[in-house]
Design a protein around this ligand. Structure first.
Ligand SMILES: [Zn+2]
Length: 98
C-alpha cells in the first residue's frame, strides 16, 4: 500500500502533512487526514502544531510537540519577539513518535 510506503520513508525528524501524504499516496486529502489521525490514536505518529506570530516585520514560527502543550499555551507570546502568537494561523503536521 502506498500509504505504508510513504510513512515508512519518514525519518524521525520529518514532518508530514495531510496534503503531503495525499500527494504521495494518491488518497484524497480528507482520507489522508483520517489515516494520520488513526495513526496518532494508535501511538505511531504524534501531532505537532506550528503557530506563526503576529510580528509584521518578521514572522517566527513556534512549534508545539503535542496537543497538550499546544492547548495549554494559548496565551503565550512569541519567544523571539514577544508579539502575540497568531492562533488563527495554525498548521498541523505529523511526525513519527519516538
Ligand atoms: Zn515573533
Amino acid at each position: 500500500m502506498n500509504v505504508t510506503k510513504e510513512l515508512l520513508s519518514l525519518r524521525p525528524s520529518d514532518v508530514i502533512t495531510k496534503t503531503k501524504l495525499s500527494i504521495g499516496s494518491q488518497l484524497d486529502v480528507q482520507s489522508a487526514e483520517q489515516v494520520l489521525i488513526e495513526l496518532v490514536n494508535e501511538g505511531i505518529l504524534q501531532m505537532i502544531f506550528a503557530v506563526g506570530c503576529t510580528n509584521d516585520e518578521e514572522q517566527h514560527v513556534t512549534f508545539f510537540e503535542d496537543a497538550e502543550s499546544f492547548y495549554k499555551s494559548q496565551k503565550d507570546h512569541c519567544v523571539y519577539c514577544d508579539s502575540k502568537l497568531d492562533y488563527k494561523n495554525v498548521r498541523v503536521g505529523f511526525k513519527r513518535k519516538l
